[in-house]
Design a protein around this ligand. Structure first.
Ligand code: GLU
Length: 486
């Protein structure tokens, strides 16, 4: 690529960052990094009734969490700013005046109520409910008179009535649109604010964007934007429209499919590394088989040519499997440092140094295999932190219901009390001697000790867990459970 790549993510701040938006941001980011270009974050907030400051903050915070750092844009600045559309109004005004003077823009005096009425008549009569071009035929004199009289107006862009506009899309090839079906779109609303297509086209041109990478839902905007570039004398950027994202039921991904925002995944204990890897594969692929790809490898290998035209399917289960892979890949030291804030927040852990970092790392090592999300660590490890075991209802029923558990627990207590070295292999050897001595099944012994020590029938590996708990606490718990058992 000879030109300097400049791409942008341009969210409308009308809500949080969803999976689809994050996928778009990521594809832009990867493309920019691969080509050593610039990744720009622009906020498209001209629809003031729907844009909010909270949404801007939420989008920015999710992007930062994912590690999608931008080179120019809101917060960081840059030489093509400002990067918030409501701060660029004079730029749009100037372009609108130019189009009005040159001809392709015209004032439209139709009121919203009139437009609505005509739309519903058209629909009733089976015609497309698009603007009928009424004000396009007003003479300049008539229009000037109405304007001078203070009648409110919007500005529309006169579409060519014939011919076609071709969008040369890197992913989809050439897509052609008949100009005759393109509506004379509003470019400046009655309130003086530009519409999305107008502001985006001007910004993409003025910010010297080279490639527009965005969701397929914007493909139909591309011919309109191309016609605007032409009218304003700008060179059109290249386009790449990413495929739709479906849920597992083959319907477009939405709230119905469960979590759909990046923040929800963060709160549920997903790692940004796993989400990045997964999002990259929503459309793009390295080859037919590789699924675990590091961020560096994504950057090195990313290409728009390898993005599929076919819809991508968002598979929640695959994402959580991938998250488990990344969790294990962190290793005990890093995984511990990510769990510490969660343990603290849940009120399980005070000061990690008082508790002992090496003990925390030992706990982490025990549970890493069993985790798909960070949050799962809480239930798996609760028993390590509390003074006493909280025995769950089901486990308690077992403890009370199964014959002979009291005797087993008493024997376990005696054996473990005798151990000079309280490590997992000594603990294992001591407990394995009990079934033979008491004539009971090993399974029952381990069940009883597990419930006593951890409060549950499912837990991290038992002998290692006892070692981490330490002799004193283990014995105390065996004693306490003995009192409950039958
Ligand atoms: N503001 C538009 C959106 O959030 C951006 C579309 C584009 O990338 O051109 O959908």
């Amino acid at each position: 690529m000879t030109e300097k790549v400049r791409v942008r993510f341009a969210p409308s701040p009308t809500g949080v960052l969803h999976i689809g938006g994050a996928r778009t941001a990521l594809h832009n980011y990867l493309f920019a990094r691969k080509h050593k270009g610039k990744f720009i974050l622009r906020i498209e907030d001209t629809d003031q009734s729907r844009s909010t400051e909270e949404s801007i903050e939420a989008i920015i915070s999710s992007m930062k969490w994912l590690g999608l750092d931008w080179d120019e844009g809101v917060e960081v600045g840059g030489s093509f700013g400002p990067y918030r559309q409501t701060e660029r109004l004079p730029i749009y005004k100037e372009a609108a005046e130019e189009l009005l003077a040159k001809g392709p823009a015209y004032p439209c005096f139709c009121t919203p109520a009139e437009l609505e009425e005509r739309r519903s008549i058209a629909q009733r009569e089976g015609r497309p409910p698009t603007y009928d071009g009424r004000c396009r035929s007003l003479s300049k004199k008539e229009a000037d008179k109405l304007m001078a009289g203070g009648k409110e107006f919007a500005l529309r862009f006169a579409m060519p009535k014939e011919g076609e506009t071709i969008v040369a899309d890197i992913i989809r090839g050439e897509v052609s649109f008949q100009n005759a079906v393109l509506e004379d779109m509003v470019i400046v609303r009655q309130n003086g604010l530009p519409t999305y297509n107008f502001a985006a086209a001007i910004d993409d041109a003025k910010m010297e964007i080279t490639h527009i990478i965005r969701g397929i839902d914007h493909l139909s905007n591309a011919p309109k934007q191309i016609l605007l570039y032409r009218a304003l004398g700008f060179k059109a950027p290249k386009f790449a429209h990413l495929p739709m994202i479906f849920g597992s039921d083959k319907k477009p991904l939405s709230k119905r499919h469960g979590s759909s925002s990046v923040e929800e995944y963060r709160e549920a204990g997903y790692l940004p590394e796993a989400i990045i890897n997964y999002l990259a594969l929503l459309g793009w692929s390295l080859d037919d088989k590789t699924t675990i790809i590091s961020a560096n490898d994504l950057i090195e290998n990313f290409s728009l040519e390898r993005v599929s035209k076919r819809p991508a399917v968002f598979d929640e289960e695959k994402l959580s499997w991938m998250n488990g892979v990344y969790i294990r890949d962190l290793g005990p030291i890093e995984l511990t440092s990510r769990l510490i804030p969660l343990w603290k927040e849940a009120g399980l852990l005070g000061d990690e140094n008082d508790f002992g970092l090496s003990k925390l790392e030992a706990i982490t090592t025990l549970i890493a295999e069993r985790m798909k999300t960070l949050n799962e660590a809480l239930d798996l490890t609760r028993f390590f932190f509390s003074d006493e075991t909280q025995i769950g209802e089901e486990a308690l029923d077992k403890l009370k219901g199964a014959e002979g558990l009291r005797e087993i627990l008493r024997a376990a207590h005696a054996k473990l009390e005798d151990l000079a070295d309280f490590n997992s292999s000594e603990i294992e050897a001591a407990l394995r001697a009990i079934p033979g001595e008491l004539g009971v099944k090993p399974k029952l012994v381990f069940l009883a000790v597990r419930i006593a020590a951890t409060g549950s029938e499912v837990s991290p590996p038992l002998f290692e867990s006892l070692e981490i708990l330490g002799k004193e606490i283990s014995l105390k718990r065996l004693k306490a459970a003995e009192g409950l058992a039958s």
